[in-house]
Design a binder for this molecule. Sequence first.
Ligand code: TRP
Length: 452
Amino acid sequence: MAEQSIHGMWSSRLIFVLAAAGSAVGLGNIWRFPYVTAENGGGAFVLVYLGCIALIGVPIVIAEVVLGREGRQSPINTMAELSRRSGRSTFWQVVGWMGAGTGFIILSVYSVIAGWVMAYVVRMASGDLAGVDAASAGAAFEGFTQDATSVLGWHTLFMILTMFIVARGVGRGIEVAVKYLMPALFFLLSMLVVYSVVTTGPAFAEGLAFMFSFKFEQLSWAAVLLAMGQAFFTLSLGMGTMMTYGAYMPSKASIPRTAAMIAVLDTSVAIMAGIVIFPLVFANDLTSSSGPGLMFVTLPIAFGQMTGGQIFGTTFFVLVSFAAVTSSISMIEPACAWLVERTRLSRPKVAALLGAIAWLLGLGSAFSFNYWNDLQLIGGLNFFESMDYLANNIMLPLGGMLIALFTGWVVDRSIVRHQMSVSDASLTFFLWIVRVVAPTAVFVVFVMTLLR
Ligand code: TRP
């Protein structure tokens, strides 16, 4: 049992929480959660999403961190080693492989969207969007995403930024960044919440009602699958990210308590983003089905009308870019750690190589809003939508289910016990969830979506 990983260690439990929250809190909360909620009718979707976080998400965060801290390596090698030590087939490492692959898909899409965010930093700062109304904010967004050259430029820049930090390793880049950026993001988001309460008038209540009134007749199995996928995505689950970050966690900290903190932070940010964005949707008569552009349309409207909006707006998009970067590094770290363990290549070389692959894959998403508008892959979805669907609705829940099964049925109870200083009853309860409850829930949702 290693007490250290060869990749480095977080210097304290707090840093682990910030790094894991840095991974969890990202575009999934601020960009994806509001528009996916909007497209799926609001309240009932949010309820299922919250249920998935509590029932499936938190236990699988615990499971991933337990495995990671015990193995202290990349997910592929951790799963191979823990299988071996439990006297089981090392075939289980395929789950690690799957996860690494999923990481590329997610990063490729993520980098394109994060590129949009960075472009909006410049647009806000230049005063380009000062005083926009709903119609012109929408047009400005469309015009921007159709400009393939600049979208590509920003995608490239974001990928370089991500790989730069990954190349610097665990301690020297991420730690410093997350320590300052996460609190700053929280602060600015709180200010936006206040702005939304004060200025949107009756639309505020409408926005809240949209998010929190449960109309079950609106809920299809397809929407349940989306809510579950969003829960996995927002907690960075199902591909080994939390396992990898767990490998760098100090031995003493309590894993269940830490996992709960991460989930609470992550969920609060998503709900806050909803509280900011939905009232703006109603106050400006935007259709709530504006898709991936929702955040890029609503926020400029808000900032455009607020005193000091140019400064706040610029700062906000800067922080969202950083929130994105503290997430994107965590998508490639599992694959990166594995290559560093496996080969003699230096970390910077590995980072450059992996970044190049993800960058190439990202071209498909970048072009989905311009040249390849009409290209259809999976069931009528364009490239961007197909990657998003494949990763969030299939790969992450599947990966999470397999990780839960692995923890519950394959790994020796004594190994799990070693990482969890809880009562025997609590341990049994946890094991029951990862053995039965979480896998069954994922399985049922899969099957029901297929049967429809
Ligand atoms: N959780 C991040 C967000 O909400 C995205 C993310 C980072 C992620 N690492 C991940 C998603 C690993 C899935 C798997 O934006």
